[in-house]
Ligand binder design. Structure first.
Ligand SMILES: Nc1nc2c(c(=O)[nH]1)N[C@H]1C(S)=C(S)[C@@H](COP(=O)(O)OP(=O)(O)OC[C@H]3O[C@@H](n4cnc5c(=O)[nH]c(N)nc54)[C@H](O)[C@@H]3O)O[C@H]1N2
Ligand SMILES: Nc1nc2c(c(=O)[nH]1)N[C@H]1C(S)=C(S)[C@@H](COP(=O)(O)OP(=O)(O)OC[C@H]3O[C@@H](n4cnc5c(=O)[nH]c(N)nc54)[C@H](O)[C@@H]3O)O[C@H]1N2
Ligand SMILES: [Mo]
Length: 833
């Protein structure tokens, strides 16, 4: 059956219901540019989406050397043909007329067009000068979660062994460093235990601080399809906003911001009190259960109800569901990772699975989610504050092994301290010890906290800033050299999604002008710097994506993220493949820890762990005595109140996040007409009771102020919890008259004008979710509406719900063709579809 649906108005499209333990039916979503018919397409080129961590596989349609559409890949395990709105419309940004096509260099204060020879020569002479005068610690690299595996690996080798700096991190620090840390704390090593297929088998799915419906819409389609089929799962949602997930949940807990640990400790208390634990599993595979039982003993639902402002009865209800489920799947994301006690809370979700023995079986899994499409690779390749292949920087044998792979002396690879995290790199730049910062594939002038500070750091004269991007972003405008990058669709490479599925993305079209793939830029820099191994040979021996992939395979061999049996050929034609993929598992591995815990042994683990309160590193001696046999570690933590708490001057909590239609700082989605029209400008969400008390309403112009700065936006009154404000962080300044920052005319538009320079002590992830704020009304609406979408968590409150008299936001050409084998006459559950 083939239907055509407006996928801006109906982001999740139509249903293909299925039952528990059945396999998810295919539905192939296709979007072709206006006027293009299927028979006009000359080639379909295989890739996967890079606008979230889902990894939706798709083919790009090419005609006359240009992209003209996309189609989901029916054969892929991740999406079985489906596309989310960003997947379907986002590719149009590649052809934007304002793409960077030539390098730019700063001359007399202004960025002017230049050429590659001049730009690279400038970077090389600055690098050489700094290495001579100040040493490798004066150079830092801040990269992305959106490049390809081959690019991160090359960058990691050139930074760690070529330059020899410890200052290499990704924006994944803002994104998934807590996921990685929580896995290291519990399992001794990074690596996603679960699989998306667990959605097919679970009878309870719990989403913690994760707006899956908007941020991984295709996996949400899968959950909706199960909800419409026989034996639907029950959902638990922990989120202070009335997300679409919350509207479908059996139990929705909407805690005060920053109180996740209190809530989780109460859930654990209830599960342990009612003895719904798997003693056999605990005995065989874990250490630390007694300590956890002691810590959560006083954490009754009544105790947590006070702290979290959630009824005790609801906490009990959730604990009952989680405690009695036959197979639980949990997912965790930014409402935990960017909130107070981030790692502590994420680890309690691992504990829930460990004490219930809910791991390594279909439907029983935990997904400590990633956010960015290729964040997994930033982590694996060691471009994210870890050594490549999940090697342990504190273990000399791991460092020696890496030195062997790179043919360098172990001392060449800095390992005197943990690799520097991004927030610390910006601090070093502020203080003047980092003098060159090379930023690739990220836009910190919009995405880091406390933007006035970030702008001032990046504008310093003494700091040499290189920005490698597709567009003249807010960050690029502050650079000394801007390098035009080719992106997805214009270059070939592999990347790995949140459930370890590796996809290959083939080049479909030529990049614009002189733009070059990031890999070529890094290789060119390495060649010009003449980096050598210990025998005087070239440090970097590869020259294109496939040879880089082969080099990475050698580095990953024998490690948890083993790619050794993967090849580009194997990744072409069919489905993506989950690592580890090696001689023992040539077709990949659906779940980790099916036969116990594999990587936590003191000799093999990636990390000896940290204190969950202070973040202090555990020593190898402590680790060996705590966990000599390499079991899973059940680590407890008591609740502590958030650092910022409402006061008379700043009476609200302020949280920030996403909408389904935009990606981050909108460099791509703001240039896709349908997506931009769906959410064209910033807004503020406030609860009905807070708005009623003030006599404010939809569309009023308000100003949200924190101790750091202010944002001006139109009000949307929603079912968000009382006392909490929400501002999406997508809106910066590139499409305002001011360009790179707020001015009198535009006022603040970026949420991060208000957020605080503070991070989780364990994962060093910034706390974007727990600031405080005041709000004042600047003007009444005078008939204006807020630009917030009505189909999502930002839907207006009120009996009419999502429609409520607010104009539907949609573009002109937002119809997507959906083809599915047939409809299934299942039960129809209520709620927004
Ligand atoms: N449409 C879209 N999808 C995306 C992205 C995008 O920009 N747009 N980005 C991708 C990336 S990089 C990421 S990291 C993911 C992020 O995906 P998510 O984590 O799902 O998205 P967020 O909106 O950042 O935050 C999720 C929820 O956390 C809730 N929250 C806030 N504070 C707290 C708290 O203290 N406790 C709890 N329990 N919840 C809280 C918010 O109300 C919000 O609904 O999305 C990925 N997918
Ligand atoms: N207040 C608040 N702040 C947040 C968050 C939040 O929830 N609230 N979330 C945080 C999270 S989870 C994340 S992931 C970050 C995201 O923050 P950023 O990484 O800064 O956001 P993006 O807009 O994705 O920036 C990516 C940049 O890379 C460019 N780019 C895209 N593809 C390529 C490529 O192939 N090569 C090169 N060289 N460049 C490319 C894009 O044009 C864009 O400028 O924001 C963080 N900041
Ligand atoms: Mo992210």
């Amino acid at each position: 059956m083939s239907t055509s649906t407006d996928r801006i108005a109906q982001p999740w499209g139509s249903r293909t219901p299925y039952g528990r333990h059945a396999s998810w039916p295919t539905r192939v979503d296709t979007l072709l540019a206006e006027g293009v018919r299927a028979e006009d397409v000359e080639r379909w080129v295989q890739t996967a989406s890079i606008l979230h961590s889902d990894g939706d596989a798709m083919d790009v349609a090419v005609k006359d050397g240009a992209m003209v559409g996309v189609r989901g890949r029916a054969s892929d395990r991740v999406n079985r043909g489906r596309l989310g709105p960003k997947d379907a419309f986002g590719w149009q940004a590649n052809a934007s007329r304002d793409r960077l096509t030539r390098p730019l260099v700063r001359r007399e204060g202004r960025l002017v067009e230049s050429d590659w020879e001049t730009a690279m020569a400038l970077i090389v002479s600055r690098s050489r000068g700094l290495l001579d005068d100040r040493g490798p610690g004066s150079i830092g690299f801040y990269t992305s979660g959106q490049l390809f595996l081959e690019e991160y690996y090359t960058l990691a080798v050139l930074a760690r062994a070529g330059i020899g700096t410890n200052h290499l991190d990704g924006n994944t620090r803002l994104c998934t460093s807590t996921a990685a840390e929580a896995l290291k704390e519990s399992f001794g090593c990074d690596g996603q235990p679960g699989s998306y297929d667990d959605i097919d088998h679970a009878d309870v799915i719990a989403m913690f601080g994760h707006n899956l419906a908007e941020t991984q819409p295709v996996q949400w389609m899968r959950i909706l399809d199960r909800l419409d089929g026989p034996t639907p799962p029950r959902l638990v949602c922990v989120d202070p906003r009335p997300t679409v997930v919350a509207r479908h949940a059996t139990v929705h807990l909407a805690p005060r911001g920053g109180t996740n640990v209190a809530l989780l400790n109460a859930l654990l208390h209830e599960i342990i009190r009612s003895d719904r634990v798997d003693h056999g599993y605990i005995e065989a595979h874990t250490v630390g259960f007694a300590e956890l039982s002691k810590t959560v003993e006083p954490c009754t639902p009544e105790w947590a109800a006070d702290i979290c402002d959630v009824p005790a009865s609801k906490i009990r209800e959730a604990a009952d569901l989680l405690g009695t489920a036959d197979r639980v799947l949990s997912t965790v994301l930014q409402g935990v990772y960017q909130s107070h006690q981030a790692t502590g809370a994420a680890v309690q979700i691992n504990n829930l699975h460990l004490i219930r023995g809910m791991l390594g079986r279909p439907g029983a899994g935990v997904l400590q989610m990633n956010g960015q499409p290729t964040a997994q690779n930033t982590r694996e390749c060691g471009a994210n504050g870890d050594l490549p292949g999940f090697r342990n920087w504190q273990n000399d044998e791991h460092v020696a092994d890496l030195a062997r792979v790179w043919n360098v002396e172990p001392e060449t690879i800095p390992h005197y301290a943990p690799p520097t995290h991004a927030m610390q790199m910006f601090r070093y730049a502020e203080q003047g010890s980092i003098r060159m910062l090379w930023i690739s594939g990220t836009n910190p002038a919009v995405s880091l906290p406390e933007l006035s500070r970030i702008r001032s750091i990046l504008s310093q004269d003494r700091l040499f800033v290189v920005v490698q991007d597709l567009f003249l972003t807010e960050t690029a405008q502050l650079a000394d050299v801007v390098l035009p990058a080719a992106t997805w669709g214009e270059k070939t490479g592999a990347f790995t999604n949140a459930d370890r599925t590796v996809h290959l993305s083939d080049k479909a079209v030529e990049p614009p002008g002189e733009a070059k793939p990031d890999l070529e830029i890094f290789l060119d820099y390495a060649r010009r710097m003449d980096f050598r191994d210990k025998d005087g040979g070239a440090l970097i021996t590869w020259h294109d994506p496939e040879t880089a992939f082969e080099a990475w395979k050698r580095c990953s061999a024998g490690r948890p993220c083993d790619y050794s049996a993967l090849t580009y050929d194997k990744l072409r034609g069919g489905s993506g493949v989950q690592w580890p993929c090696n001689d023992r598992a040539p077709d990949g591995t659906d779940r980790l820890y099916t036969g116990g815990i594999s990587w936590a042994h003191p000799d093999t683990c990636e990390s000896y762990g940290k204190d969950l309160v202070t973040g202090a590193s555990t020593s190898v001696v402590e680790y060996r005595s705590l966990n000599p046999e390499g079991r899973a570690m059940i680590k407890a933590i008591g609740y502590l109140p958030p650092h910022e708490w409402p006061t008379d001057a700043y009476p609200f909590q302020l949280t920030t996040g996403r909408t389904i239609y935009h990606f981050h700082t909108r460099t791509k989605t703001g240039r896709a007409p349908q997506l931009n029209a769906a959410a064209p400008d910033v807004w503020v969400e406030m609860s009905t009771s807070d708005a009623a008390e003030r006599g404010w309403g939809e569309g009023d112009l308000v100003e949200v102020t924190s101790p750091r700065g202010a944002v001006r936006a139109r009000l949307r009154v929603t079912g968000i919890r009382r006392g909490l404000l929400f501002v999406p962080f997508h809106y910066g300044y590139w499409d305002t008259p001011a360009g790179s920052g707020p001015d009198a005319a535009t006022a603040g538009r970026a949420a991060n004008e208000t957020t605080v320079t503070d991070w989780d002590p364990v994962s060093k992830q910034p706390l974007f979710k727990t600031s405080t704020a005041a709000v004042t009304r600047v003007a009444e609406s005078a008939g204006a509406h807020s630009p917030a979408p009505t189909t999502t968590a930002s839907a207006p409150a009120g009996p009419a719900g999502p429609a409520h008299g607010v104009r539907a936001t949609r573009g002109d050409a937002s119809a997507i063709v959906q083809e599915s084998p047939g409809t299934y006459e299942g039960r129809t559950s209520g709620g927004t579809r």
